[in-house]
Design a binder for this molecule. Structure first.
Ligand SMILES: [Zn+2]
Ligand SMILES: [Zn+2]
Length: 368
């Protein structure tokens, strides 16, 4: 699956901005769709026409093929509505996260802490594993002592895993409906609604309480998008060159990308200094960095700043040999496939990864 850089949204006057990673865009659109489908709201409802319009904007990977946008400039109403949607992520993170358990028979509700439930599930699993083990040992003994039928029967009758649920304390029922709930930080009333805007009891403004975490300056939002755009371009290029590239390899390369870095290209080679090394390389305006696969799960990573490189040469096989300022050399050889020229943030967008490019970079970056 392709990596998408996410979207950049700006306020009407472009002074404020939000960078939203792709996964959050999808989640935001799902929230809007839930609200349009009738999910409950704490506080005055949002305008359905504006929301409908937002679903057409949010969640679509931005069409731009450029790290500089163009961003989505929201109208005033769209900005307010989008802010309310994005606030839900921060609110659910900040506020206590509880589960409301309702018995469908007698309507008794209980509040559960998901963290406690997880611990209880773990305890139950541990007891269950131990009991199963004891049972199997007992069954094995029966089989070994000639009671084969009884032993096999006992194995089949492995202890049942107890239910995670305590029965309803009113009617003893064991089937429940569950939904998420939380509490108002001001009046401490329970809030069962799906969308939290304003507390109906005390008028606590949920959205305003997290507003400063949602918006940043337009310039900062653009920077965040810019980095994400480059990262996505590198991820997609590496995956195109090597479907089985390890996440660790990609992570290492991404660590060399900043807002100021121009990304020239990604390549893959099979040899470094005549040693077999399945390697992905990233060439930026600041450095050349590479990560090799070792023994299926390990990686071997390294990087060189252009200041450290004194000269570059290549042969008829297109091997790239770097001569370092300290006298060492390093040769990348047996390039697999064509390197991907990304040209993100570079003035000359057509540059590929080859000796010529590297020579040009060394000169340009003041190394040689
Ligand atoms: Zn009940
Ligand atoms: Zn309240």
């Amino acid at each position: 699956m392709d990596s998408h850089p996410g979207n950049l949204y700006l306020s009407p006057d472009k002074s404020l901005g939000i960078f939203v990673p792709h996964e959050f865009n999808i989640a935001a659109r799902n929230i809007i769709n839930e609200v349009l489908a009738g999910a409950s709201t704490a506080g005055p409802g949002l305008d359905r026409d504006v929301l409908r319009n937002l679903t057409r904007i949010v969640g679509q990977p931005t069409a731009q093929q450029d790290e500089n946008g163009p961003p989505v400039v929201l109208s005033r109403d769209e900005a307010l509505h989008f802010e309310a949607i994005m606030a839900q992520f921060d609110l659910r993170y900040d506020l206590p996260d509880r589960i409301k358990r309702t018995c469908p028979v007698c309507d008794t509700t209980t509040i559960e802490d998901p963290a406690h439930l997880a611990q209880r599930a773990k305890d139950i699993q541990r007891d269950h594993d131990r009991n199963t083990f004891i049972n199997n040992v007992a069954a094995r003994q029966l089989i070994d002592s000639g009671h084969t039928v009884e032993g096999v029967f006992r194995m089949l009758l492995a202890p049942k895993k107890p239910s995670l649920d305590l029965p309803c304390h009113v009617c003893g029922g064991r089937q429940f409906d569950r939904s998420r709930t939380t509490f108002c930080p001001e009046c401490h009333n329970r809030r069962d609604e799906f969308l939290l805007l304003q507390c109906p009891y005390c008028e606590h403004d949920f959205v305003a309480s997290v507003r400063e975490h949602i918006w940043t300056t337009g310039a900062n939002a653009l920077l965040a998008f810019n980095i994400s755009y480059k990262q996505s371009a590198v991820i997609n290029a590496v995956r195109a060159l090597d479907r089985y590239a390890l996440d660790k390899q990609i992570k290492f390369l991404l660590g060399h990308i900043t807002a100021d870095t121009s990304i020239f290209g990604v390549a893959r080679c099979a040899l470094i200094d005549n040693r077999k090394r399945d390697t992905v390389l990233l060439v930026t305006s600041e450095c050349i960095c590479w990560s090799s696969k070792r023994f299926l799960v390990l990686t071997e990573d390294s990087s060189l700043k252009w200041e450290e490189v004194a000269d570059v040469s290549s042969n008829t096989l297109n091997d790239v040999r770097l001569a370092l300022s300290d006298g060492r050399t390093i040769t990348f050889a047996s390039f697999l496939g064509d390197g991907r020229a990304l040209g993100v943030g570079a003035s000359d967008r057509a540059r590929a990864f080859d000796a010529q490019t590297i020579r040009h970079l060394i000169t340009a970056m003041g190394g040689g």
